[in-house]
Design a protein around this ligand. Structure first.
Ligand SMILES: Nc1ncnc2c1ncn2[C@@H]1O[C@H](COP(=O)(O)OP(=O)(O)O)[C@@H](O)[C@H]1O
Ligand SMILES: [Mg+2]
Length: 260
């Protein structure tokens, strides 16, 4: 693949496309449609990963899936995130994007919460043929724990590395990684992380994965072993998804080093 043929990965945070304060799955339909419209303006190869939002985190918490194996809870949570995936895929297709859902439960094995293997041949072929694969946070099988919660924030860097992606963005509900004054930090590198670590925390809403700190850790790990530049930006603001897809530097950049 030429560099220009490489797919872009866009993550849509559950905090943007769902009402994370709800006790049950509630989609933010107007936001989803706005984002689908923005995505449709991008002609290149793309993978979309979305968070589970109130479709996943509320059930995962209710059944304690982040602490224990629960057969019924796993099914209820998985079925719920599948519903959200169908809505995301539906919205994208409504704007002419040929999106197909790839449920991580069907193609991933984790070990102690980390991805051991993910079947990627179908995703590679989909990209070749012009489909947009849509993955999401899910309950997946875990060789040690039975099942685990796999965050979209872990899926994104995994795919980026395996598929040789050069650009990825995590669209969330803040203007980037915010400093103590509430302003987005322009760039974080493995070398400057310690400076900001103290003001990066978990999610403000129900989220059984790592919130903002989880995102930053995942992307920093990726930057240590690749030259991939990532962005954390606000997908809740009109035009930001469009801007990210078209190559604008936006929000907080996570880079291997300052010059990148
Ligand atoms: N320094 C920080 N900058 C931005 N957000 C932060 C920071 N520290 C903690 N957070 C929290 O992390 C949240 C983003 O994580 P999360 O709720 O998991 O988003 P998503 O649904 O996109 O995965 C923010 O909305 C905020 O509540
Ligand atoms: Mg999250």
């Amino acid at each position: 693949m030429k560099t220009s043929d490489k797919p872009v990965i866009l993550k849509l945070g559950g905090s943007v496309i769902t009402d994370k304060g709800a006790d049950d799955g509630v989609v933010r339909e107007a936001e989803l449609l706005r984002i689908a419209r923005e995505v449709s303006g991008y002609g290149g190869k793309m993978i979309v990963v979305h968070g589970a939002g109130s479709f996943g985190h509320t059930y995962a918490k209710k059944y304690g899936l982040d602490r224990q194996f629960d057969l019924e809870g796993s099914v209820v949570t998985h079925e719920s995130v599948k519903k959200l995936a169908a809505m995301v895929v539906g919205a994208l297709n409504g704007f002419g994007i040929r999106a197909v859902a790839v449920h991580p439960m069907g193609c991933t094995v984790c070990k102690n919460g980390r991805i051991e293997s993910m079947y990627l041949e179908n995703i590679k072929l989909m990209l070749e043929k012009g489909f947009v694969p849509v993955l999401h946070g899910d309950v997946v099988m875990d060789s040690e724990l039975g099942t685990c919660i796999l965050s979209g924030d872990q899926i994104v860097p995994y795919l980026a590395k395996e598929l040789g992606v050069t650009r990825l963005g995590l669209g969330s509900a803040e203007d980037g990684v915010l400093n103590r004054e509430g302003k987005p930090v322009p760039v974080i590198t493995p070398g400057t992380f310690e400076e900001f670590k103290g003001c990066i925390g978990a999610s403000g809403s129900t989220d059984v994965t790592g919130g903002m700190l989880g995102k930053v850790r995942e992307l920093l790990e990726l930057s240590k072993t690749s030259c991939i530049t990532s962005y954390i930006f606000n997908a809740g603001k009109a035009d930001n998804v469009h801007r990210f897809l078209h190559g604008d530097p936006i929000g907080t950049r996570i880079s291997p080093d300052k010059g990148n």
